[in-house]
Design a protein. Structure first.
Ligand code: ZN
Length: 70
């Protein structure tokens, strides 16, 4: 199952292994969101590329805030 990204006003657990979700503060800029996501993924042992963030399956992960309106 792919890692999912969600934003929240307050982050209590950045990584939830039960739901496979990374939670980042909604107040972060897109750049900081990417950094935060990469940091969590790296801690999970998933090697990150120079730019952006990837799931353990290799799929690109995009913070909800920079995905644009859906
Ligand atoms: Zn995946």
């Amino acid at each position: 199952m792919c890692v999912r990204i969600r934003t929240a006003a307050r982050v209590i657990r950045p990584w939830d292994s039960d739901t496979n979700e990374i939670t980042i503060p909604a107040s972060l800029t897109p750049e900081d969101s990417a950094l935060a996501i990469r940091a969590v993924l790296s801690e999970l042992g998933i090697r990150q590329p120079h730019e952006g963030a990837i799931c353990w399956c290799g799929a690109r992960l995009t913070p909800p805030s920079i995905r644009g309106p859906s």
